[in-house]
Write a protein that binds this ligand. Structure first.
Ligand code: DON
Length: 298
């Protein structure tokens, strides 16, 4: 297993040099494009890593998975009155469907959907981003997990597009709290810094019928874990979800920091990281590593 993970890393590095590091959030542009890490955490609790797997990076949209899990735990199916369950076929930060569909985002993994989920959590918790940081620490077992203040401030400074979505949804009555409070909490969650090893361990509950071995806790019921994996499968990779499903066939969530977390239900959770992205905002080398993994895992 260890040699196999090393060999995936080595082959995935052949894709370094393709794609571009996200720069619409200036603090992310400082990332070095030639980094690559991979971590696999099996349902038996064994961790295998290669490359830069222990280095914290900005998890960005992977946080939408934690946000969704927490919201479903607190509010259950009531969430689906405010957020849809279908792929958007649009970029993750698109505004066009929101107006036509009267402020109800297509799914919880596009930015607009995650902003509604965050609004839920702002209603439920006094300090939602602090709560999410605590959850991420407990699920990963890493107490150094932190919100990166520089990334948070950078997102806040460049918030126009997300603010436009949030105000449009507020106009349609789909945001309860002050837009600034919701946006700040959303950016704080996106700005969490975690490593591939942290994320592979933290998200293993989705591979293990909702049970976190690290936290020794049933995080969600098995049925809900299966449903979250289904949403990941159809919407986790944005408008590339279909192509990714064809190439890899695993439920997965990407972030513009270059991370992708993938779930092999019943077996393992995987996280890859490499900052250079394709036009859909998904890591180039990361996707290739997952393609190799899926092919060779059968
Ligand atoms: O709101 C944003 O645009 C970022 N904080 C997160 C976007 C993201 O990671 C999309 N994923 N590929």
């Amino acid at each position: 297993m260890r040699a196999w993970v090393e060999s995936i890393a080595e082959r995935a590095r052949s894709r370094l040099g393709q794609g571009r590091v996200a720069d619409y959030i200036p603090a992310l542009a400082r990332q070095e494009a030639d980094r690559f890490g991979i971590a696999i955490y099996t349902n038996e609790g064994e961790l295998y890593t290669a490359g830069d797997a222990r280095e914290a990076f900005s998890i960005q949209s992977i946080s939408k998975l934690f946000l969704l899990t927490l919201s479903l735990r607190v509010f259950g199916n009531a969430l689906w009155e405010r957020v849809g369950l279908n792929p958007s076929g649009m970029p993750f930060n698109s505004l066009t469907q929101l107006e036509v569909e009267r402020g109800k985002p297509r799914n919880p993994f596009i930015n607009a959907g995650a902003i509604v989920v965050t609004d839920h959590l702002v209603s439920a918790f006094a300090t939602p981003s602090q709560y999410l940081q605590d959850v991420a620490r407990r699920l990963s077992g890493d107490n150094r997990v932190l919100i990166d203040r520089e990334v948070l401030e950078s997102e806040w400074q460049h918030r126009s597009r997300n603010a436009a979505m949030a105000y449009l949804m507020k106009a349609f009555g789909n945001i309860d709290n002050e837009v600034d409070d919701v946006l700040y909490a959303y950016f704080a969650c996106c700005a969490l810094g975690m490593s591939c090893a942290d994320l592979a361990v933290a998200l293993n509950y989705l591979a293990a019928s909702g049970y976190s071995l690290q936290a020794q806790e049933q995080i969600v019921e098995p049925e809900l874990a299966r449903k979250i994996n289904s949403i990941l499968f159809t919407s986790g990779m944005y408008d590339a979800a279909g192509e990714f499903a064809y190439r890899v066939g695993l439920p997965a969530k990407s972030g513009v920091g270059g991370g992708i977390a993938a779930i092999v239900p019943g077996r393992m959770s995987v996280c890859v990281w490499s900052p250079a992205l394709d036009i859909n905002g998904n890591s180039v080398a990361g996707q290739y590593a997952l393609e190799l993994l899926a092919n060779e895992l059968g």
